[in-house]
Design a protein around this ligand. Structure first.
Ligand code: TXA
Ligand code: MG
Length: 372
């Protein structure tokens, strides 16, 4: 079914030098090949969005179901009319404010976008990534590029080229290695085909920033009387509760600050007493107390810096997995700004649920793995 390929690794600077390597990757994309590349959020697995056969390859490589639509990447707003139609003035305003950057807009799709990209729906997600390597690649390719995160389906998104190879080596044609990603969590996805608009997935363009322009914007879990286009694809495809998950079971206590720190410390102590190889993913300030107990800790940066925690989250989960830690313990951050996206990804990585503080939580039956 899947032919084994040699994955070519092309290393460039974070600015995209030497340009010949970017040109080589762009030529592969134009030839219908699969190329993973860095964006400011996470690494994407790209294919020419106008080539249905090439895009099919993404689904095969990732083992992703066809019900999950792909985001189309373009270098700037000039390309938007080639990908979407019936573009409302607010979409142009948002592109002026946030592009290039981590904001995906869901709009009615243009005819040249094949069904495999849109999962058979009437809409398409479009974004213009700001990473210089992504910018250079898209400009050199000269075609819109469909790209999901470059991980196997249901696994943690990659923030380095090494993560991409861990999941997809031999399954894709090329990875353009431009170093680690700056944001670390996937783009904000804003649906402009419903009234009022809804943020389907929180990200680094925050709900607060969007509401400064579009005050009526609904958050991911907010109820609202939005009107839907009849026959359109289900609203948040691919937004299944268990997503972005490590191999180990992750328990995320729904508590911030000192309460969160105590919840992790107590659960870790109980787990160690039972001889369980527990790992933790916590702010820097909380690491020493856990390490003194013998817990393996991935540090998320200063407690008051959710942006740093977002940047380190996926790498931290992979690092703890490699060390055979299971279960993993973490806690939430305040749900403001980038903290909303961070809590969303923590919850999904934990199998779609948060846990009330309590030392016995690590013993709960039914691991995320069993549910998969
Ligand atoms: O930051 C990102 O967005 C990264 C980088 C590579 O650009 N891409 C990414 O793609 O996260 P992916 O496929 O892993 O997640 C895309 C998600 C889909 O699962 C779906 O929830 C939403 O975006 N999406 C895409 N197209 C959509 C559409 N037409 N309508 C509603 N949601 C859509
Ligand atoms: Mg993904």
């Amino acid at each position: 079914m899947m032919t084994e390929r040699r994955t070519l690794v092309l290393t460039v600077s974070p600015e995209g030098e030497p340009a010949e390597r970017v040109a080589q990757a762009a030529a592969l994309l134009r030839a219908g090949k699969l190329v993973a590349f860095p964006t400011e959020t996470v690494y994407g697995l790209g294919a020419d969005a106008t080539n249905a056969t090439a895009v099919e390859g993404i689904f095969t490589a990732k083992q992703r179901p066809h019900t999950d639509p792909l985001i189309v990447h373009i270098p700037d707003a000039d390309g938007l009319s080639g990908v979407a139609r019936d573009i409302p003035p607010i979409a142009w305003e948002l592109t002026r404010r946030f592009w290039p950057g981590p904001l995906t807009l869901v709009l009615p799709h243009a005819n040249r976008i094949p069904t495999v990209v849109t999962a058979g729906g009437d809409t398409v997600g479009v974004r213009s990534p700001s990473h210089p390597v992504a910018q250079a690649l898209l400009r050199a390719a000269g075609v819109p590029v469909a790209a999901p995160s470059a991980n196997r389906f249901m696994r943690t998104s990659p923030t380095t080229a090494a993560h991409v190879l861990e999941d997809l080596d031999g399954r894709i044609d090329c990875v353009l290695d431009g170093g680690p990603c700056g944001v670390g969590v996937e783009s904000s996805v804003l649906d402009l085909t419903v009234t009022p608009p809804r943020l389907l997935r929180p990200g680094a363009v925050t709900l607060e920033q969007l509401r400064a322009i579009l005050p009526e914007t609904l958050g991911p879990d907010e109820r609202g009387g939005e009107r839907d286009t009849p026959g359109s694809v289900k609203r948040a495809p691919g937004q299944m509760p268990r997503h972005y998950a490590p191999r180990a079971r992750l328990v995320v206590f729904d508590a911030t600050g000192a309460e969160g720190a105590e919840a992790v410390l107590a659960a870790a102590g109980a787990a160690l007493a039972a001889g369980v190889p527990v790992g933790a993913l916590v702010p820097d300030e909380e690491a020493p107390a856990l390490e003194r107990l013998g817990v393996v800790v991935a540090r998320l940066g200063p407690v008051d810096n959710p942006a740093e925690a977002a940047r380190r989250l996926y790498a931290g989960l992979r690092w703890l997995d490699e060390r055979g830690r299971d279960p993993l313990l973490a806690h939430t951050y305040p749900r403001a700004g980038l903290g909303l996206a961070l809590c969303d990804r923590l919850r999904r990585a934990a199998g779609g649920r948060l846990t009330a503080p309590g030392a016995a939580a690590w013993m709960e039956t039914g691991t995320a793995r069993d549910e998969a």
